[in-house]
Ligand binder design. Structure first.
Ligand code: SF4
Length: 364
């Protein structure tokens, strides 16, 4: 039997792909049969629904102590593009967004590791955002930021998360995982959270009832084997905690980073990774094709490769665009719905927990 037939038989009998089987699937490169298998898993899990939400991104600062070679966003305080938002500015943005976007269901807030802002700055902003928009879900802070807060406050990871939760934090986005392999992290992000620290924050958050997403940044210096091990690590964590809501794969954008000699991976590779993730992560309900990273056309195609979520309307994203993404910084609901309906699926506006809020009237 070829790798697709082995995977198909294993998955249909309730089995789980092991490392060697996943690697063989990747290496076989039969992309249409891979898509078909991943799509059948997607339809078993979420039927003909494709999810999106109405969200707003806020990046509090780009001033960062970490200096990761992979990053195009962070900079020193002296840099001409350095900025930091104070609480009043954040609340002005939140209030204006709520006023202009009555359907807003989520604020997504991630930032660089500011050298001087104390942990109380973040606690106060969380509390103020929650007071300004109590009906809106606040998803904020990567595990990398949480480790930074623990360092600057001299508190434990658990206490940092407990205090943020008490202030109004609802969930974490799960970024900063990159590739969970310290040999890779030492090269692409030597000063930020290690693999063990990333896992510690995630499992502690899940134990406190704070769900997260899981992410992967691929297409830099990692091997395919390291990508597959990363996915299996996420699957193991999910077995243990059940706290991941969705998996999001980010292709690396080399522009303006320390790796400008690299090329962005191809769309073929993007689609293969979406399908492979759908097949390996059997205990994840949702695979997100983040349109802003992939571009809308590739994100739309990803719906035929096992993805069931396009993320949201976003509005003014800064981090990915610093790395040269040429996608728009936000799109309308109408555009998302039309992209989904073209595929024959139904566009489902969701909240952060994937509860359906509105279902489009597609034909499928
Ligand atoms: S990736 Fe994050 S931690 Fe690293 S330099 Fe960029 S903003 Fe700072």
């Amino acid at each position: 039997m070829n790798p697709i037939e082995i995977a198909s038989e294993k998955i249909s009998s309730g089995g789980r792909l092991n490392f060697a089987e996943a690697l063989a699937l990747y290496q076989q490169n039969d992309i249409l049969r891979l898509a078909s298998l991943a799509r059948s898993v997607k339809e078993r899990k979420s039927g003909n629904h494709v999810y999106y939400n109405v969200n707003r991104h806020i990046n509090l600062t780009n001033i960062c102590v970490s200096g990761c070679p992979l990053c195009a966003f962070g900079c020193k305080a002296e840099h001409s593009r350095a900025y930091v938002m104070e609480k009043a500015e954040v609340i002005e943005i939140v209030s204006k967004t709520v006023e202009e976007t009555p359907d807003l269901s989520e604020i997504h807030m991630v930032s660089a590791l500011h050298p001087d802002k104390p942990f109380s700055y973040y606690l106060e902003i969380v509390a103020a955002v929650k007071a300004a928009a109590p009906q809106v879900h606040l998803k904020a802070f990567t595990p990398v930021e949480i480790v930074h807060f623990a360092t600057i406050s001299k508190l434990s990871i658990r206490t940092v998360l407990e205090q943020l939760k008490a202030a109004g934090l609802d969930s974490l986005p799960g970024g900063g995982a990159e590739i969970l392999d310290d040999t890779i992290r030492k090269i692409i992000c030597p000063n930020k959270a290690s693999k063990a620290e990333w896992i510690d924050v995630i499992t502690t958050a899940h134990s406190l009832g704070l769900p997260t997403n899981a992410t992967m940044l691929y297409g830099h210096i990692e091997t395919i084997e390291q990508r597959i091990k990363h996915l299996i690590t996420l699957r193991d964590i999910q077995d243990q905690t059940g706290g991941f809501q969705a998996f999001v794969a980010f292709p690396f954008h080399p522009a303006n980073t320390g790796f400008t000699q690299l090329q962005r991976v191809s769309s073929w590779e993007d689609l293969k990774m979406i399908a492979l993730a759908r097949l390996i992560l059997d205990n994840f309900d949702h695979i997100k094709a983040f349109w802003m990273m992939l571009t809308l056309p590739i994100a739309q195609l990803a719906l035929a490769f096992g993805a069931d979520d396009l993320d949201g309307t976003v509005v003014e994203e800064k981090i990915i665009h610093a790395a040269g993404a040429t996608t728009k910084t936000g799109i309308t609901k109408k555009e998302i719905i039309s992209f989904v309906e073209e595929t024959g699926y139904l566009a489902v506006e969701r909240d952060t927990f994937y509860h359906p809020l509105k279902i489009s009237s597609g034909v499928k």
